[in-house]
Design a protein around this ligand. Structure first.
Ligand SMILES: CSCCC(=O)C(=O)COP(=O)(O)O
Ligand SMILES: [Zn+2]
Length: 245
């Protein structure tokens, strides 16, 4: 009994910390925050964080805004084995997709949202990508495989769109293919479903996810107004501006 208790305590230690920046605490806090954006509504969406050799994952099919650190699964990344599996829960169905971000991109965190703006952007085009250009917030999106590179104001942002599947885990192959075809991207949209966004750290992933969602919302409004999000900047006519002499 004593030995068994010791083992159990050890596993609990992996998800018990007073540090608000501990991955188990952060996933809970950020899911509550993302719920207020409508990003993890009705159990959809989620977050995974890599910390050293450990991957922190939420359970599948639970209300993400009500997570407790003790609900977290912990995977030993080098062996891809679970070292903590809460009883009667299953790890997120997004796990293979999160792992693709860690493995193929060296990400430190991956966020999946069911944002309505993201879904609408996949419905407003039949193309296998979403584009937007000449918007200041584009500058928050990293670009290029070299660390520290960001998009410029005059650049066109392209985010690949993959087709949805009946089961989340079946998206893995097409997500990985999109990562190969768009080596600079930090996100992949899933038609009629949502978006996966990854970053070097959880804070970068959050900033990128927020910036992309801002751009998705803006694109939907632009299209509603008959504007092309990826179109040219309309020249300002001096003679209609009363401030220009
Ligand atoms: C109504 S949510 C359907 C599953 C899904 O798309 C998702 O993102 C949540 O998966 P999880 O296994 O983490 O609950
Ligand atoms: Zn999903």
């Amino acid at each position: 009994m004593a030995a068994e208790q010791k083992v159990k305590d050890h596993y609990l230690d992996l998800v018990t910390s007073d540090d608000p920046h501990h991955p188990a605490n952060l996933i809970c806090e950020l899911c509550r925050n993302f719920y207020t954006h409508g990003w993890v509504t009705g159990t959809g969406g989620g977050i995974s964080i890599k910390h050293e050799d450990h991957i922190y994952l939420a359970p599948s099919g639970v209300q993400k805004e009500r997570l407790h650190p003790h609900n977290m699964f912990v995977m030993h990344y080098p062996t891809r084995t679970y070292i903590r599996s809460p009883l009667s829960l299953k790890p997120s169905a997004c796990t293979p997709l999160f792992l693709a971000a860690f493995t193929k991109r060296g990400a430190g965190a991956c966020i999946h949202t069911h944002s309505q703006a993201a879904v609408l952007c996949t419905l407003l085009t039949k193309k296998p990508y979403f584009q937007i250009a000449n918007i200041e917030q584009i500058k928050a999106i990293p670009w290029g495989r070299e660390k520290g590179g960001y998009m410029g104001y005059f650049d066109t942002l392209t985010i690949p769109i993959i087709e949805n599947t009946a089961h989340e885990e079946d998206l893995k192959e097409s997500l990985e293919k999109a990562m190969d075809n768009y080596p600079d991207t930090c996100a992949v949209l899933v038609r009629r479903h949502g978006v996966y966004v990854w970053g070097d750290t959880i804070w970068k992933a959050k900033t990128q996810c927020e910036s992309l969602d801002y751009l998705f919302q803006l694109a939907v409004e632009m299209i509603r107004l008959g504007l092309d999000p990826a179109g040219e900047i309309m020249p300002v006519e001096d003679d209609v501006n009363p401030l220009v002499m």
